[in-house]
Ligand binder design. Structure first.
Ligand code: NAD
Length: 355
């Protein structure tokens, strides 16, 4: 067990960030400060389980606001920064790339500068033990053919505005390590799913549409392959890397759960037909509707997670089947979380869902 640290989590009100925070509060002794702008994708409702814990704090701030970020660093005196704040939805990056360049590229640069200045002012073991952990995606590696896996040494080949902006941020983080000696770590993870997932993404969109008897949109012929990981397995991996990962290294995180989008949608239909049958809707698979493919849609992502297994002893606890059943049950049990988002924040301007 690592000694208690003070951890800043940027983007901690988002899907993965909130899972990291709930994990840190429930399973460790660390102190946590969430720094989040609360864009459309962030919600304090996702942090409600930790809201009254004395080890948790929240600050609403934009990572582009250097003065505010510097203030937070100076007053909180973190030992670890876990950087998850980002624009994260591929379809939105096609419709409007500007916010992705601002937050993912300029925001990461601004945060790095503030964190570097803070770190340079530390001394002794606090300086030696400080970590800046940058959370990234396997989408920076581009698209795979039928064979092979992304490893930590796969060359970057991003193809969407989202993945290009994440690749740029990864390069900045590495450059700050090589140039300034800044103690960073990077992780690249496959597609996550689980509780508190914003309902514009494929799995929650399909669960909620299927529950309501609405069409289930699938891009193209549904044969694009993604490698799925339950979000709590990812959160555990991130905390392990932040605590024990080697400085300057990157770690790929994934659970060997390659599925076509059509398989994912069919699996959700099967779970719902079993645990929430509705005679008015009938077999949910009949709601599947193929929609025009996303431009530049990557064919296949698949992660080789052997390095994090070998070095840090991490392995996922959920299979796709157990994680999906947990996820569907969570959405059935928590309508107040998603109904507010479906009716107000999310305007549903596009039918297509990302995966
Ligand atoms: P998300 O969209 O659910 O959450 C992003 C959070 O960042 C939100 O709370 C939002 O309010 C906050 N934010 C956005 N812009 C900000 C800004 N300028 N300043 C401060 N806060 C800001 O995203 P997510 O799915 O939880 O992803 C988190 C990170 O993990 C991202 O960096 C993403 O690239 C990466 N990632 C995601 C996946 C996935 O499948 N979701 C997979 C691998 C890596």
């Amino acid at each position: 067990i690592s000694p208690a640290k003070r951890i800043i989590v940027t983007g901690g009100a988002g899907f993965i960030g909130s899972a990291v925070v709930r994990h840190l509060i429930a399973e460790t002794d660390h102190q946590v400060l969430v720094l989040d702008k609360l864009t459309y994708a962030g919600s304090l409702d996702s942090l409600r389980p930790v809201a009254n814990n004395p080890r948790y704090r929240f600050v609403q701030a934009d990572i582009l606001d250097a003065l505010k970020v510097q203030d937070v660093f100076a007053s909180y005196q973190p030992d670890i920064v876990m950087h998850l704040a980002a624009e994260s939805h591929v379809d939105r990056s096609i419709d409007g790339p500007g916010a992705f360049i601002q937050t993912n590229v300029m925001g990461t640069y601004t945060l790095l500068q503030s964190a570097l200045a803070y770190w340079l002012g530390l001394s002794g073991s606090r300086k030696a033990d400080f970590r800046f952990h940058h959370i990234s995606t396997d989408e920076v590696f581009g698209s795979l053919g039928a064979e092979g896996y992304f490893t930590e040494s796969t060359a970057y080949d991003p193809r969407s505005p989202y993945s290009a902006s994440k690749a740029a941020s990864d390069h900045l983080v590495r450059a700050w390590h090589h140039t300034f000696g800044f103690p960073v770590g990077i992780s690249n993870c496959s597609n996550n799913y689980g509780p508190y997932h914003f309902p514009e993404k494929l799995i929650p969109l399909v669960i909620l549409n299927a529950l309501e008897g609405k069409p289930l949109p699938v891009y193209g012929d549904g044969s694009n392959i993604r490698d799925w990981l339950y979000v709590e397995d990812h959160a555990r991996a991130l905390v392990l890397i932040a605590e024990r990962g080697r400085v300057g290294e990157s770690y790929n995180v994934g659970g060997h759960n390659e599925k076509t989008n059509l398989e994912v949608v069919r699996a959700i239909c099967a779970v719902l037909d079993e645990i929430a049958p509705d005679p008015r809707i009938g077999r949910r698979e009949e709601l599947i509707t193929f929609v025009r493919d996303r431009p530049g849609h990557d064919r296949r992502y698949a992660i080789d997670p052997s390095k994090i297994g070998r070095e840090l002893g991490w392995a996922p606890q959920e299979t796709f089947e157990t994680g999906l059943a947990k996820t569907v049950r969570w959405y059935l049990a928590n309508p107040s979380w998603w109904k507010r988002i479906r009716s107000s924040v999310y305007c549903g301007e596009r039918l297509g869902a990302r995966a």
